[in-house]
Design a protein around this ligand. Structure first.
Ligand code: ACO
Length: 329
């Protein structure tokens, strides 16, 4: 039996926040943001639009492409660090909206590596229980605007909201699987350099935590940058070796969109020229778990990814978490 990608979908909210808008909010400039990060604009959800709504809209498009209904989904994995609630999970909320009555659903938290981790889990479920899991919906969805400190120029220029969905299907045929190889990692020893300090069991929300801006993303950008490049290069090389393919055989690299300078540092070290690297950070900023899904859907719908293509995903994020995965479309 072959597990393939039967559908992709994405969604970003209508409201666009440009670099010029940010110039009016903090001491920054369009020039600094573009040259240091590659970001020109990002999309921001309405105050009353939760992560589950972004996920829902992206999921509908993936289901439509796959030609299935919510009732046919056997499991839903939502990668997010901005769930609607601590509980119930965003997966539960999404299940109800999609009418996916037969699906078991949960959230997976691995920051910007969330989509890769979720694809690994979904694929493993489908390989282990092929009769039970025929359609698994994987979504990366984030409303990062609600954990962004809009008074801190070090971070507020980086993030945006959105969702990207991938529908995996076991179609019963004998073709190749979509997940060819993967190499995923965690190093909790670096947890301090990228985190949201309060709101969990260690430091529950209080007047003090709110006043100290501890419900927002805190990041040591330079340190993260250095670690990100080496980690993604090493994972990417391992995956190519495991898959037994050369960099020339990679049709497209789809990296997590954190910073264009990180992306353009990783690709040549993997031996892949810039023209075979997908980048849309200019329009969306860093959308954490959503970013790779947003890229995949755009690449599929624009024809940059075609049937039979080898697509190398690379990701890096809070945890620290990182990895690479080779997909066969
Ligand atoms: N506008 C103008 N100046 C700024 C801004 C801004 N928005 N932000 C910082 N600066 C200033 C700094 O204050 C500093 O000034 P100083 O030299 O006078 O002290 C100067 O610009 C350089 O700052 P750096 O932090 O050294 O800038 P750097 O080139 O490292 O870029 C950035 C910062 C964009 C954050 C980069 O380090 C980066 O992209 N890091 C990785 C981010 C990442 O990959 N995160 C992982 C995923 S996120 C997640 O998991 C949720």
């Amino acid at each position: 039996m072959s597990i393939r990608i039967a559908g992709t979908g994405s969604y970003v909210p209508d409201r666009i926040l440009t670099n010029a808008d940010l110039e009016k909010m903090v001491e920054t400039s369009d020039e600094w943001i573009r040259t240091r990060t590659g970001i020109e604009e990002r999309h921001i959800a309405a105050p009353d639009q939760p992560t589950s709504d972004l996920a829902y809209r992206a999921s509908l498009k993936a289901l439509e492409m796959a030609g299935i209904t919510g009732e046919q989904i056997d499991a839903i994995v939502v990668a997010t660090i901005t769930p609607d609630y601590v509980f119930p999970s965003t997966g539960c909320v999404l299940q109800d909206r999609l009418g996916a009555k037969g699906a078991f659903c949960f959230d997976l938290e691995a920051a910007c590596s969330g989509l890769l981790y979720s694809l690994e889990v979904a694929y493993s479920l489908m390989k282990t229980h092929p009769q039970r899991y025929k359609h698994v919906l994987v979504i990366g969805a984030e409303k990062l605007s609600c954990i962004t400190d809009w008074t801190n120029r070090n971070t507020c220029v980086l993030f945006g909201d959105g969702a990207g969905a991938v529908l995996l299907e076991n179609d019963g045929s004998d073709g190749p699987d979509c997940v060819v190889a993967s190499d995923l990692h965690t190093d909790g020893g670096y947890g301090e350099i990228l985190k949201m300090p309060a709101g969990g069991s260690l430091a529950p929300a209080s007047k003090e935590t709110v006043e100290a801006h501890e419900h927002f993303i805190h990041m040591e950008g330079k340190e993260v940058f250095k670690l990100a490049v080496n980690a993604m290069v090493n994972a990417g090389k391992t995956v190519l070796e495991e898959a037994g393919i050369t960099p020339e055989e990679v049709n497209l690299v789809v990296p997590h969109q954190a910073n264009s300078r990180i992306i353009y540092a990783v690709a040549p070290r993997l031996g892949v020229p810039d023209e075979r690297v997908f980048i849309n950070i200019n329009h969306y900023g860093n959308t954490s778990a959503a970013s790779i899904g947003l890229c995949l859907d755009e690449a599929v719908r624009s024809g940059r990814i075609k049937k039979g293509d080898n697509v190398l995903l690379t990701a890096f994020g809070g945890g620290l978490t990182w990895g690479a995965m080779l997909l066969k479309f």
